[in-house]
Design a protein around this ligand. Structure first.
Ligand SMILES: [Zn+2]
Length: 271
């Protein structure tokens, strides 16, 4: 996994004074609260604050993916790689997000973890594949990660961070300065969105949405949605034994979340 410093060192999308002014003129940057800067997400059935462009996210995602592939050792285990491709591919198809060039790479590490980037690039660690007992449990992880993509959760968090920056005067600073120094500050805010799911925990709302959509993808792909409960309970049991899986540090789980997951399974008739 990328460390925070390595992530900060990545080349970032730059938003200098000119882009900021253009954004202001176009109404895409500010005032976000009063203007059309929220976008309906049909998968979620709600509107989202969206201050980052698809092009910016695509560029950052590609850079992050390249850096992760260079840093991590990629597994040569044919069985594990085939399993990740098989399960990931079925979930991606079921999600309907065919516009992404999905890729599932197994990293050769004991870490019990997986993450996804907004461009459909999924990193899954050998340690996780060793504790998922069947394809259905791996489909739980793949479905949940794909749901974070469909939910545009990373972009939403980046947008919220940008909004917070605007609220604290970053916009004024940027407007007052003609040089590129402030571009770094903007780049940090933009990049921060991508660290959700890779370094930083998703919010409870995002977790609940990812669970809901994820089990729907599982069902559509003909996996057994009830295995999602078994999987997350297993993760929580590891945590209570003092061996918290890295997956839980970026995807916090607790009884409230499990109750919501069970309620969704019952509502859909999956359990
Ligand atoms: Zn999650």
């Amino acid at each position: 996994m990328l460390t925070r410093n390595e992530f900060d060192a990545l080349p970032q999308v730059r938003m200098g004074r000119r882009e900021l002014l253009a954004g202001l003129a176009a109404g895409t940057v500010f005032p976000f609260a009063a203007s059309g800067c929220t976008v309906e997400n049909p998968e979620l059935g709600r509107r989202q604050l969206m201050l980052v462009s698809d092009a910016q996210i695509a560029q950052l995602s590609a850079q992050t993916w390249q850096a992760a592939r260079q840093r991590e050792r990629i597994s040569n285990d044919r069985t594990l790689r085939a399993q990740a491709d098989r399960v990931g591919g079925r979930i991606a198809s079921a999600s309907g997000m065919t516009h992404h060039d999905w890729e599932f790479v197994v990293f050769d590490s004991d870490e019990v973890n997986a993450w996804v980037l907004p461009n459909g690039k999924v990193g899954v660690y050998r340690g996780l594949l060793e504790v998922t007992r069947n394809d259905d449990q791996l489909a739980t992880v793949m479905g949940h990660e794909a749901a974070h993509v469909a939910g545009r959760h990373a972009q939403e968090r980046a947008s919220q961070q940008m909004a917070a920056g605007l609220a604290t005067g970053l916009a004024a600073v940027a407007l007052d300065s003609a040089d590129v120094q402030n571009a770094g500050a903007w780049a940090g805010v933009l990049g921060a969105g991508l660290t959700f799911g890779v370094l930083l925990p998703y919010s409870r709302q995002h977790e609940l949405e990812a669970d809901r959509l994820g089990v729907d993808y599982m069902a559509r792909a003909n996996y057994r949605p009830e295995e999602s409960v078994t999987f997350w309970q297993g993760m929580m049991a590891r945590q209570s034994r003092g061996a918290p899986p890295a997956l839980l540090s970026t995807h916090p789980s607790d009884e409230v979340r499990m109750n919501a997951l069970n309620a969704h399974l019952r509502a859909r008739g999956y359990a």
